[in-house]
Design a protein around this ligand. Structure first.
Ligand code: PLP
Length: 365
């Protein structure tokens, strides 16, 4: 076996910027009576980066994959671990061994967790997920959620921590006073049945911070699960139009190397059929243009629209599995073969970059 690690592409992650963002978001939540979970799935739970969340004050880290929860546990991360995707029945033994709590929406799976936790001599925390209209995971029927809560309350090796919801994922639904208010009402209905207060009412992910910023977060929401706002922090300015003072928007940068620079026509020659992925893109004829090809592709980034060149005058015009094509005609300087260009990354590109084996990850100051 040859051990080979690429010099480029490299994905640089700034430890000081992530730590600073994590501190700011943690304090912002705490001062509003909210305990946030630090969601680390976006960067594949690289332990050195996850550790920065703990240093910033986060008590619990969340990830959607058991593989990454186990990785964090084996790296001796000093925090509680929460599985934030509904567990697969086949991973219940690992869930009970390595995670402290999980989000759930199926009573049958919770029964399995309870049984396994009894075998392992543990108590596993459960947050029941409620679907408020985004239509991904969660109890849709309120009565069913209340019945599940009552049953979980009676189990000995799981503890009902509270309820939660997820928004803005499948159905693109915006968190609001109305939908999160409904979550609080349901929590109160459950509390009446079980005759105690629920510890946690979890009001969603980074997008729910918009309510916090506008002072519209319902009183009883006391828990959020935050990843994006700390690690790429681009949704606020670009999607929500909210400036977040003091939050770094560029804790990560992608550096890729130029492998070809040539002048070529901008309109393909011959009969236009389909591209590498079976799509039929539209091309505009802008005449002969100077272009650069970089050694990185969709395999590493998913989709080139999720990258933003850091230099003015550079436009990404296309990509295939292993190549990224730039129009550099308007770039004021000179770009040569061997040069390294830098890109900001949106969340979707970060997910691909962090899970690609062909991209070196480097944690920098
Ligand atoms: C990914 C995820 C989060 C975190 O989302 P961000 O947008 O990164 O803050 C929270 N909850 C669940 C269930 C998730 O899957």
């Amino acid at each position: 076996m040859i051990k080979y690690e690429e010099k480029y592409p490299v994905y640089e992650i700034s430890a000081s910027k992530i730590k600073s963002n994590a501190c700011k978001i943690y304090e912002m939540c705490k001062s509003n009576g909210i305990e946030p979970v630090g969601v680390v799935k976006g960067f594949s739970a690289i332990p050195e980066v996850a550790e920065l969340f703990i240093e910033a004050g986060f008590k619990t880290l969340g990830d959607s994959r058991m593989r990454e929860i186990i990785k964090l546990r084996l790296a001796n991360i000093k925090g509680e671990l929460m599985l934030i995707r509904i567990p697969m029945p086949c991973e219940v033994p690992e869930l009970v061994s390595y995670a402290d709590s999980s989000l759930n929406s199926e009573i049958e799976t919770i029964r399995l967790i309870n049984k396994e936790a009894r075998i392992q001599g543990k108590v596993h925390g459960i947050i029941l997920m409620v679907d408020l209209g985004d239509l991904r995971e969660g109890f849709f029927c309120r009565e069913e959620a209340i019945e599940a809560a009552k049953e979980v309350e009676m189990m000995e090796n799981v503890k009902l921590l509270g309820i939660g919801t997820n928004l803005g994922c499948y159905g693109s639904i915006k968190p609001s006073e109305k939908n999160l208010g409904e979550l609080c009402e349901l929590a109160e209905a459950i509390e009446k049945e079980i005759e105690r207060r629920l510890e946690i009412i979890s009001g969603g992910a980074s997008t729910s911070l918009s309510l916090l910023i506008n002072g519209k977060m319902p009183e009883r929401i006391n828990h959020l699960r935050i990843g994006e706002a700390i690690i790429t922090a681009k949704d606020f300015p670009y999607v929500w139009g909210i400036e977040m003072p003091g939050i770094y928007r560029d804790p990560m940068v992608l550096k890729a190397q130029v492998i070809e620079v040539k002048e070529k026509p901008s309109y393909p020659i011959g009969e236009i059929f389909v591209d590498a992925f079976g799509n039929r893109p539209v091309y505009t004829d802008r005449g002969i243009r100077k272009r650069a090809v970089l050694a990185i592709g969709n395999k590493d980034i998913g989709d080139f629209s999720k990258l933003k060149p850091r230099n003015e005058g550079i436009e990404i015009i296309g990509s295939s599995s292993d190549h990224l094509i730039l129009d550099i005609e308007d770039y004021p300087g000179e770009i040569k073969v061997g040069d390294v260009l830098e890109f900001d990354t949106f969340y979707a590109a970060m997910v691909f970059l962090c899970s690609s084996d062909c991209v070196r990850k480097e944690i920098v100051e």
